[in-house]
Write a protein that binds this ligand. Structure first.
Ligand code: SF4
Length: 173
């Protein structure tokens, strides 16, 4: 079970129900070398590949949520771009697993006139707001998945595994 934290953007007792949380791209920026070192540590300890600069990531979606949002976007004639967030490479089976996804927009495309246009169907992370579940849950799930699938640390480097993924799935390049 992960820790529950109040979101830093808006203290709960001062929540003005504004749509600020739907401006989903974080503004923090890693220094390039720190980011690269951090990616390396994550890959070496949890085998997780991140394809994109960290500042590009936004709200996390499960596969089911990704499919639901894509189908809602079609119904609303919206263009939505959803990309893989955490990826594992099972080298002996030569298989990539996408563990979760993110919405690749600065502002959520479902935000209309300061309101969520898919409120009953919004992702869990939006339902949880202004609480934020620490990401340890996600990494715990990944650890369990690695055990179940018997995944070992790839002999490929992080960069080689990333290049292989993007070559195989250029749609995500
Ligand atoms: S799905 Fe709705 S609540 Fe969630 S970020 Fe988009 S507009 Fe905001």
């Amino acid at each position: 079970m992960g820790q529950v934290q109040l979101c830093k953007k808006q203290p709960l007792d001062r929540c003005a129900h504004c749509p600020a949380c739907c401006h989903i791209r974080d503004t923090y920026a890693f220094e390039v070398n720190s980011e690269s070192r951090f990616r390396e540590i994550v890959f070496n300890t949890s085998y997780v590949l991140y394809l994109y600069p960290f500042q590009r990531y936004t709200i996390s979606l499960s596969r089911e949520e990704k499919e639901r949002l894509e189908s809602l976007a079609i119904k609303q004639s919206l263009n939505i771009k959803i990309l893989p967030k955490k990826i594992l490479y099972h080298e002996s089976a030569d298989t990539f697993y996408i563990m979760d996804y993110f919405v690749d927009h600065d502002i959520c495309p479902f935000l209309k006139e300061k309101l969520c246009s898919i409120y009953p169907d919004r992702p869990q992370i939006c339902k949880d707001y202004p609480f934020k579940i620490e990401s340890s849950d996600a990494f715990q799930n990944i650890k369990s998945f690695i055990k179940i699938k018997n995944i070992e640390k790839p002999t490929l480097s992080r960069v080689e595994a990333t290049t292989l993924f993007l070559t195989r799935y250029p749609i995500y390049a």
